[in-house]
Design a protein around this ligand. Structure first.
Ligand SMILES: [Zn+2]
Ligand SMILES: [Zn+2]
Length: 313
């Protein structure tokens, strides 16, 4: 039985003193032995952490007891250990780097759909399913028939509006990993004159948990040690291809050459043959790391201090 959980959550809400709150929140996470990444801003909180089931329960209680976070919804996944090596709790100007700081999803955003509502709506006539994630994410997995955007970073979303112009009069359903990008992306679509905008509340992760992930093709890119997560238990398919040989593969690896470190799907056979490298050049690189069949190379913990920035003793 899995004794660990991975929590994914966000909440747009006003946090008057982010620095002060960061300190309190950080200490709480240290007490509970949680690892992961949490961003605190004046506009809210965004986090993903791992810990034992008991720690995660205690953490969720702590967060939900704060009236600022009543609308916060935890996505809870089971796991066999920690999904992170470190804990970072940081203050930033935004909880998702977006170039859309002027938009406040608390006042205006697309209509939230539960995973069940999303499933019922997504194949209807005149409905467009829009993936608001970046290239490396939708390349390894996306909803069947979804419109994807060719962008490296969510910051570039406004620049891609021209590509979406023809969808203006459709019913647009946006989705992302856990729902947070959709808050701003759907708000932006409304600002740009789109009339009928909805968003998948809780994102792909919640859809996998509640609706079995039906019609999500490939795997879901996640921002923890798993790299990708299985979502679809109903009708799963593989959509990504091996970077080296082009056969279908959803095994994500980092190139064994640390200077390249390219993150791409690579089939098991190519992994063996190339010793985890993405090209002949990388295979011959003097700093190439030994390939153990996983294609992941945990970062050194050198110099990591869990109490970094904590003022109180
Ligand atoms: Zn291959
Ligand atoms: Zn490489």
């Amino acid at each position: 039985m899995d004794k660990y959980q991975i929590l994914l959550y966000y909440c747009y809400t006003h946090i008057a003193s982010p620095d002060e709150y960061r300190e309190e929140h950080h200490l709480k996470c240290l007490d509970l032995g949680l690892l992961g990444r949490i961003i605190i801003a004046e506009e809210g909180i965004n986090g993903t952490v791992s810990g034992t089931v008991e720690s995660c329960c205690a953490y969720m209680e702590y967060v939900k007891s704060d009236r600022r976070f009543t609308s916060l919804d935890f996505k809870i996944e089971s796991h066999d250990g920690h999904a992170f090596q470190k804990l970072y709790v940081r203050v930033k100007p935004e909880i998702v780097h977006s170039s859309l700081r002027h938009l406040n999803p608390v006042t205006r955003t697309g209509i939230h759909l539960s995973p069940k509502q999303f499933k019922e709506l997504k194949d209807q006539e005149d409905v467009v399913v829009l993936d608001v994630r970046s290239n490396y994410e939708h390349q390894v997995g996306r909803f069947k028939n979804a419109v994807t955007i060719d962008m490296e970073n969510f910051r570039d979303f406004p620049e891609k509006m021209k590509e979406l112009e023809h969808l203006k009069n459709k019913k647009v359903l946006t989705y992302c990993t856990g729902g947070i990008k959709c808050e701003k992306a759907s708000a932006y679509l409304l600002e740009q004159g789109f009339k009928d905008v909805y968003q998948l509340h809780g994102g792909i992760i919640k859809y996998g948990l509640e609706e079995g992930g039906e019609d999500f093709e490939g795997k879901c890119y996640v921002f923890d040690g798993r790299v990708v997560a299985d979502i679809n238990k109903v009708n799963p398919v593989i959509i990504s291809t091996c970077y080296v040989c082009g056969t279908l593969s959803d095994r994500m690896v980092n190139c064994a050459n640390p200077v390249c470190n390219r993150h791409e799907p690579m089939c098991e056979a190519c992994g063996e043959k190339m010793e985890g490298a993405c090209s002949e050049e990388c295979k011959e690189h003097p700093e190439k790391r030994p390939y153990d069949g996983t294609g992941s190379y945990p970062k050194e913990l050198n110099g990591y201090d869990p109490y970094l920035h904590v003022k109180r003793s």
